[in-house]
Design a protein around this ligand. Structure first.
Ligand SMILES: [Zn+2]
Length: 93
């Protein structure tokens, strides 16, 4: 199995197709094992099947992204709750 490591410090989403020139000059493309390979949630490079991201840096970035996503999901709910609270205060006064 070929372990590929992503470029350090790069946040590029797209990466060029990996090529390798063989001894006879032919270009061989890396064959990825379909059964046991996964892609990093954050940057999309191949990672071990028991991992979700390629590095700790990607893991933290992914966690941050999820938290942000969650926040935006709950924002309308928070807004509604705030309005309900406001309405309650107004009706009491
Ligand atoms: Zn990654």
């Amino acid at each position: 199995m070929v372990q590929k490591k992503g470029p350090k410090g790069s946040t590029k989403k797209k990466r060029p197709l990996q090529q390798k020139s063989g001894e006879n000059g032919n270009i061989t493309y890396y064959q990825e094992n379909v059964q046991s390979h996964k892609h990093c949630f954050n940057c999309g490079i191949s990672v071990q099947p028991d991992k979700d991201t390629c590095s700790e840096r990607c893991q933290t970035e992914w966690d941050k992204m999820l938290k942000k996503k969650k926040f935006w999901n709950y924002l309308p709910l928070l807004g509604a709750g705030f309005l309900a609270l406001l309405w309650l205060i107004m009706s009491i006064a």
